[in-house]
Write a protein that binds this ligand. Sequence first.
Ligand SMILES: C[S@@+](CC[C@H](N)C(=O)[O-])C[C@H]1O[C@@H](n2cnc3c(N)ncnc32)[C@H](O)[C@@H]1O
Ligand SMILES: [Zn+2]
Length: 286
Amino acid sequence: MAIEYALHKPEPLPFMSCYICPVCGEPLEASATRKHYQCPNRHSFDLAREGYLNLLPVQHKHSSEPGDSKAMMQARRAFLEAGFYQPLARAVAAMVAAGQPERVLDLGCGEGYYSRFIEAHRPDVAVHGLDIAKTAVAMAARKQPGARFIVASSQRLPYADHYFDLLLRVFAPSNDEELKRVLKPDGLLLTVTPGPRHLWQLKEFIYSEVRAHAAAGELPPGFECLTTERLHYKITPDGEQRIALLQMTPFAWRAPAPVRQAIKDAPELEIEADFVLTLAKKTALA
Ligand SMILES: C[S@@+](CC[C@H](N)C(=O)[O-])C[C@H]1O[C@@H](n2cnc3c(N)ncnc32)[C@H](O)[C@@H]1O
Ligand SMILES: [Zn+2]
């Protein structure tokens, strides 16, 4: 636990961080000022002004700005801050708290909405967040200085083995082997996926025939399900907020300008929000 707050509370120096070097895999150690991290092979990484670390080496990037764009992130933050997904955030925070973790990692954390809820609900939990989109991580870090955010890919997690008690994935990609590697034995994996009716009324603008989402995806091998909870309710965002919501979906690209306009101009529109929360435990053999 002491290491977790090293950025914010004085600790004896030097101290080993939870991070491993994304280039060579050796442990990363913080400098005396804690503004730089370096491995024994002298690969070094600077803490950004906003307080996050960029641990995504250029050679691991598949594009110059991977992940969601700044416009998408700002739209997401505006929509989330309006409270439409607050019931989900509360349910996530409650499930996390019930697991009594010391260290939590929010994978594909975006602009940090769920990370903030976890900290607000359980200030004693050390919250970490990771996303491949630098803009998202910068936004998250600026708003939650008590948490530790990094730019990295879920495909290669730059954390030490068995570091976390709980991993959170809210509509985010991940790598099965990496999930198991960074989780402690008995560690927990909380996944949020779309429920069958998620955003049905928005999809009706786009698809001639809307199909229900398949039931929650399969768990990665080496995990067993502890509980599943479905959260289903209606929201009534205004025209602008509907466009922000559309931007957050993987089907936004299917909506040409006239469809977007129709979504924006529609009179009051109730939209179903439908989520499945799956809490799983790493099995002994994993
Ligand atoms: C649908 S968004 C969900 C964001 C956040 N969990 C939320 O619900 O607000 C998916 C997120 O995953 C990120 N992402 C995509 N590929 C990634 C990868 N390989 N590693 C880490 N993050 C990734 C995107 O940048 C984006 O922020
Ligand atoms: Zn290194």
